[in-house]
Every structure is written in structure tokens, then in C-alpha cells.
Design a protein. Structure first.
Length: 277
């Protein structure tokens, strides 16, 4: 299920619970998020990243109505995965939509054959808002990453305890995806990460991916048990466990992508990221 935070309320919400049908509460949450993370929303930041990287291929897990999918450049081949896509105007000629869960997709398809390239350019994880599913999506994607691939993870700066619970009870909702950012920072120091302070709930960028790494897959159960125990209090009181953040400014994102690679296993720290792939 993709995020619906900044868009019109549905007439028949698919979830229920205290606050879920409360439009006033939704507006309050949106106002709080805008005050906490001012500036352009994540759709605009997505467009900036597409303009900076100019990826030939783009994968999106969690498509819903296609607003985020269509931040990609016109020349980019877009692949969307969602069990219930509802694209406005239907799929376009450069879009391939797979109406299934991400687990089903990766079980049935070789993404390299589907895309017709050895590695994807850019991917965006914005599906089921449980951190362990986002971890599984990251594992699948990294296996087909190349030296210039990047993965974006939505919802890594949650608004508050209520809207970041594992059980959804409100329309505005990020779930506990932020735990993936903690896990990756602590368990994969070879990755290069930063979180953009964009509304409504942040956008984490990960590159310097390593398709040969097996630690996340081999220790997944251990990590799920360890990090699922974290709660919003840990997010607030232990900011050092999270990736660093940068401003919601295009030039800061450009500078981050153009910066040197971090020193990590199997990587040359003198190499710089290409912004034209």
C-alpha cells in the first residue's frame, strides 16, 4: 500500500481504527508534518533526484495512483510493483506495471531480464509500511544493483508515535520503516546513506550498493527480531543511530551525489559518483 499522506482522502478508506476516518486529524497531522519538515514535498525531491541521476531505468515498489512513478523523466523506463495499482489514466508506453506484491514479483521475475539491462538505475521503496518488508525489498533490489545504482526509502523521518506504529490506525501513516535506516547504518557500514528532510516523512538515499553482499539476507531473521523491538522513543532519543540528514534543498542533494564514496569494503574511496548514468 502506497502512502496517501498528502493527497485527497478516499471515500472508502481500506483501513479502520480511531482517527482513520477523521479528516480533521489528518489535516492536523499534515500541518504538523509541514512545520517539522518544511519546504518541497517528497514528490518534488523525487523529481530532483531523477534530474540529477538521469537513470535509464526506474523501479517503484508501491505505485498506487502513479504520482510518484511519474516524477521520472520521459525517457526513463519505469517499472511499478503494487498489488492494487490505480494509475491515473492507466499505464503509459514507458511504464510496465505488475499488479502483485513485491515478494511475488521477485519470486516470479528476473528483474534484469524484465528491464533488459544488467542493473537498475534508481529504485524507490514505498510499499507495505513495515520495516521488515522494506528490508526484504532492499535485499531483492541490491542483488541487481550496479556501481551507479541508488535506492530511495520513504518514511524514514516519522512524525510521531501514533502514526509510526506497526498497526495502522490513522490516515496519515509512515509505519516503522525508519528502522530499516537504522539497520542499514549499523549492519552495512559500506553503504553510503543520507536522509533528505523532506515532507511529510523524509526520504533516505542509499548508494554504493554491493550486489555480492549476503549479510542482510543471511542474518535477516536476527535483524528482524532485534530492530522490531525499537519504538518511536528510540527514534527520538538515539538520533546517532540514524543516517545523517541534509536540507530539503536541490543543491545539497546534488552535492551529496557528487561527493566522494565512503571508505568501505571493496570500494575505492577516491572514486566519485557519476551523476549522468
Amino acid at each position: 500500500m502506497s502512502d496517501r499522506n498528502a493527497e485527497q482522502l478516499p471515500t472508502t478508506p481500506p483501513m479502520s481504527g480511531p482517527g482513520f476516518y477523521d479528516e480533521r486529524l489528518l489535516r492536523t497531522h499534515l500541518e504538523q508534518a509541514a512545520a517539522k519538515l518544511p519546504g518541497s514535498d517528497y514528490y518534488v525531491v523525487l523529481r530532483w533526484i531523477h534530474e540529477i541521476l538521469q537513470p535509464k531505468t526506474y523501479i517503484e515498489i508501491g505505485v498506487r495512483n502513479g504520482v510518484s512513478l511519474r516524477q521520472a523523466l520521459p525517457v526513463t523506463l519505469r517499472l511499478g510493483i503494487d498489488p492494487a495499482p490505480a494509475l491515473i489514466g492507466g499505464a503509459r508506453s514507458n511504464e510496465r506495471i505488475f499488479p502483485m506484491t513485491s515478494d511475488e514479483f521477485f519470486e516470479c521475475h528476473d528483474l534484469r531480464q524484465t528491464l533488459g539491462v544488467p542493473a537498475f538505475g534508481l529504485a524507490f521503496i514505498d510499499g507495505l509500511h513495515l520495516w521488515e518488508q522494506a528490508l526484504q525489498d532492499f535485499i531483492h533490489l541490491e542483488r541487481i544493483a550496479g556501481p551507479e545504482s541508488a535506492i530511495l526509502i520513504h518514511d524514514c523521518l516519522p512524525l510521531d508515535a501514533l502514526t509510526s506504529q506497526r498497526q495502522r490506525t490513522t490516515d496519515f501513516y509512515s509505519g516503522d520503516v525508519w528502522k530499516l535506516a537504522v539497520c542499514l547504518k549499523e549492519q552495512r557500514p559500506d553503504l553510503r546513506m543520507v536522509t533528505v528532510r523532506t515532507g511529510p516523512t523524509g526520504l533516505c538515499i542509499v548508494n554504493q550498493l554491493d550486489r555480492t553482499s549476503t549479510i542482510l539476507a543471511s542474518r535477516r531473521n536476527e535483524y528482524v527480531e532485534r530492530y522490531t523491538r525499537l519504538d518511536y522513543t528510540d527514534f527520538v532519543t538515539r538520533p546517532e543511530r540514524l543516517p545523517k540528514t541534509i536540507g530539503n534543498v536541490r543543491d545539497e542533494i546534488v552535492s551529496w551525489f557528487a561527493g566522494p564514496l565512503e571508505t568501505g569494503h571493496g570500494h575505492d574511496p577516491t572514486t566519485r559518483i557519476s551523476t549522468t548514468s
